[in-house]
Design a protein around this ligand. Structure first.
Ligand code: SF4
Length: 336
């Protein structure tokens, strides 16, 4: 009788990149971290077939291949990572595979998932992947994945194909259609600061939340060696404004946006001033948002700040008022 192996043995000897903070948490690197990750981030493959102008892993990027955004990802054998994941299984609450569409990305990912499925690791698994094949999405879920992140990244219809490549409408529709099939299981990433208008940002978030897609916001981070290395960073006030708007969508609080000359200048909320101040001060608005327990420490920023996404809840949120709030009335907030 032939025995079908659950996974290919040689996958254990394969190298996988691990974010530096995750390596520290797993005891595989002796480095000081300013905030511990609550999710273990693993990178599958390197050197992508796509050519996003902001990405260190893009086909024509000259950036260091150890990087994704501003984080370094040294290599380790999957066997060492697996042993450490088992040993430290009480120290993290999620595993996320960041998939770079390199040569064997899908085959390798499937093998990694098969190994995890038969291991004793019972934490939820997320995958962040640029994928348009629904059968692969189905297969990943069938292999025990809890959530899939399908990043739109760029929400400017005009600039999408130039900055990211591909077609905005079909990418958007694929994410929405997938969320209809896998209710409450799809996350998307939006990078703020890639030539989108305030309306495009608001509109994309509104449609995603309306269709049950969880939005994770990131701030554009210029990476040396990419075509966007000199592209400006997003002003902190603009980012805070959209963190707040995202929180309103997330908490199902009805509001009406106010646009002036194309900019989001405020929101109307049917609530007294005190309640609105309470909503603005909620520290959970300003931490990294996405799949549960994903905190991605210092993915967009250095620990010196400004911190676009806080890896843990800030104890004091008085700073957010000067960042983006001009005035609060009964029923209305005006932004700077
Ligand atoms: S939100 Fe976090 S855990 Fe979820 S796919 Fe994105 S990076 Fe991974």
């Amino acid at each position: 009788m032939s025995v079908v192996p659950l996974y290919k043995e040689d996958i254990l000897q394969k190298d996988i990149r691990v974010s530096i903070g995750s390596l520290a948490l797993l005891g595989l690197k002796d480095v000081k971290v300013f905030a511990k990750p609550t999710t273990i981030y693993l990178m599958v493959e390197e050197r992508c077939m796509f050519n996003c102008l902001y990405c260190a892993q893009a086909r024509e990027s000259n950036a260091n291949l150890e990087n994704l955004s501003r984080v370094t990802w040294p290599k380790e054998t999957f066997k060492n990572v697996l042993d450490a994941l088992i040993k430290h299984k009480d120290d993290y609450r999620r595993i996320c595979f960041q998939v770079v569409n390199g040569r064997n990305y899908y085959e390798d990912l499937v093998q990694f998932l098969k190994v995890l499925k038969v291991s004793q690791i019972n934490v939820p698994i997320s995958i962040s992947i640029r994928e348009t094949n629904i059968n692969r999405i189905r297969e990943m879920f069938s292999l025990g994945v809890e959530r899939i992140g399908l990043p739109i990244d760029v929400v400017s219809k005009e600039h999408f194909s130039k900055i990211r490549g591909g077609n905005f409408e079909s990418t958007f529709s694929f994410i929405i259609d997938t969320a209809r099939e896998f209710k409450g299981k799809i996350t998307t990433h939006i990078i703020v600061g890639l030539n989108e208008t305030d309306f495009e940002l608001y509109d994309a978030m509104e449609k995603f939340f309306h269709n049950n897609v969880l939005v994770s916001l990131f701030a554009f981070t210029p990476i040396k060696g990419t075509p966007f290395e000199s592209h400006p960073k997003v002003p902190i006030g603009r980012y805070r404004k959209f963190q707040f708007v995202r929180a309103l969508f997330f908490k199902h609080i009805p509001f009406e946006p106010i646009f002036e000359s194309g900019e989001l200048s405020g929101v109307k909320i049917d609530a007294p001033k005190e309640k609105i101040l309470e909503l603005i001060s909620d520290p959970s608005n300003y931490i990294t948002q996405g799949c549960p327990n994903c905190n991605r420490p210092f993915y967009n920023e250095t620990p010196a700040g400004p911190l676009y996404n806080f890896p843990t809840k800030p104890s004091d949120t008085s700073f957010v008022f000067k960042d983006f709030v001009k005035v609060v009335f009964d029923g209305k907030v005006e932004f700077n």
